[in-house]
Design a protein around this ligand. Structure first.
Ligand code: PLP
Length: 424
């Protein structure tokens, strides 16, 4: 029985521009899952988003019809080759890359970054400096910190008290010895977006390579790697409505210069050069479907234009809800939001906070009892949480808005947090 089910979402007049939301909710089957008497509210998007029917269909269709290995003479193997090619083409469109030869796939972003770090250890001048930040997810710190054992010098950009990068410190740690800057596009813990054009200009001036972790940024904003002018960029499709696949963009021509770990049987050319073993073909069918799904909310003559307009609509819609959530939470006594205030460009729609008298796991357990999915802890952005002095209290509570989040859900979660804070 659908007791206590949330009423069907209806657009409110002042959010009428959110056409996208009206059309997208019906596409995600998990949004109608009822738990403890009401539809689940998914504010765990920064940990992984829900998946629309078309993506689920693409994955199961692959297993139903085309399941095979690659490069053979028969129908299913030819279809598998096509699935992989299409996934590369779609990802190139999504990232604004020149072509599919710049897109490599892996198990997840972390694994790809370990592979790149091993390859760069052979490529960079021994003893050169690698600059990482305190704000980054461990996936963009650990692989580089490991290179200390191989004779590289690892430097770390400090945070300011509000959790933003200290850009003066950043600039002061760049020099002719810097071989690589590994930086996040946006923080998965605090939602802060970094000023990559400034960082790119400084980085290029020193002649260093620039690697961008766009895992948290990709679901919320359009990306243009050509404009960004980075050397590497990574993201993960399970954060933008697809399956668990890691994606690596490499500047044209660069991957072929790197000595990657690969079997003698592996194709030596980019983008295959860094891929190991058999890819997850079914998931790649899902990656292509996720990009098509995102593009379906945009307008324009080609997929890239549709993706650009669609991501901008997602950004606007999510920002409106983000402000609503921010203002609601900020008014709750004893609640401290970590990080700078909302901004349409310099913040993703992800809020982290602490609440006097309650640990994040207590807050999230209470929210779970109210059918709300939300994460507590450090989310592997361990260094940032440590530096901000939040580790002892169990980190923070994180609420993430996704393209399917509604105004009612935002109001509901704010009411629930207020309830735990003031007991009513
Ligand atoms: C900002 C950021 N970087 C890297 C990762 C790691 O990605 P993956 O799970 O694909 O290894 C995550 C995962 O949450 C993330 O949020």
């Amino acid at each position: 029985m659908l007791f206590g089910k949330l009423p069907k979402f209806e657009m409110k007049p002042h959010l009428v521009e959110m056409k996208l939301l009206k059309y997208c909710r019906q596409d995600f089957p998990s949004l109608s899952r009822v738990y403890k008497g009401r539809e689940l509210v998914y504010l765990d998007g920064p940990g992984g988003s829900q998946v629309p029917d078309t993506v689920i269909e693409a994955i199961s269709n692959y297993y139903r019809n085309s399941n095979s290995n690659v490069h053979g003479a028969f129908i299913t193997t030819a279809e598998t080759d096509t699935v992989i090619e299409q996934a590369r083409e779609r990802m190139a469109e999504f990232l604004g890359a020149v072509g599919p030869e710049t897109i490599s796939f892996g198990q997840n972003m972390t694994t790809l970054n370990f592979s790149i770090s091993k390859a760069l250890a052979r490529f960079l001048k021994l003893g050169s400096e690698i600059l990482i930040t305190q704000l980054d997810h461990e996936a963009n710190r650990g692989p580089w910190l490991n290179l200390k054992d191989y004779g590289f010098i690892i430097k770390e950009v400090n945070l300011l008290a509000d959790g933003t990068l200290d850009y003066d410190d950043f600039q002061s740690k760049l020099n002719e010895q810097t071989g690589l800057v590994a930086v996040g596009y946006a923080s998965n813990a605090l939602g802060i977006v970094n000023d990559l054009s400034k960082i790119r200009d400084w980085t290029h001036r020193t002649g260093a390579l620039m690697l961008v972790d766009a895992v948290h940024y990709a679901p919320h904003f359009g990306i243009d790697v050509s404009d960004l002018d980075c050397d590497f960029l990574m993201c993960s499709s399970y954060k933008f409505y697809g399956p668990h696949v890691g994606i690596l963009y490499t500047r044209p021509g660069l991957l072929n210069q790197l000595e990657t770990d690969r079997l003698v049987t592996q194709d030596e050319q980019a983008p295959f050069r860094i891929e190991t073993g058999t890819l997850n073909h079914a998931a790649l069918a899902g990656v292509a479907a996720a990009i098509d799904y995102l593009g379906s909310f945009g307008s324009g003559p080609d997929l890239r234009t549709r993706l650009v307009t669609s991501m901008s609509a997602i950004q606007n819609q999510e920002y409106a809800l983000f402000k609503l959530m921010y203002n609601g939470l900020a008014a709750i006594p004893g609640l401290t939001i970590i990080g700078p205030p909302p901004h349409p460009v310099w913040h993703t729609p992800t809020i982290s906070f602490t609440l006097n008298g309650f640990s994040p796991i207590e807050v999230c357990s209470f929210l779970a009892s109210k059918s709300i999915c939300a994460w507590d802890g450090h989310f592997y952005a361990k260094r940032a949480i440590e530096v901000l002095g939040l580790m002892e209290e169990g980190g923070v509570t994180r609420l993430g808005i996704s393209m399917y989040t509604t105004e009612e859900e935002v109001e509901y979660v704010v009411d629930c947090v207020r309830e735990i804070a003031i007991g009513s």
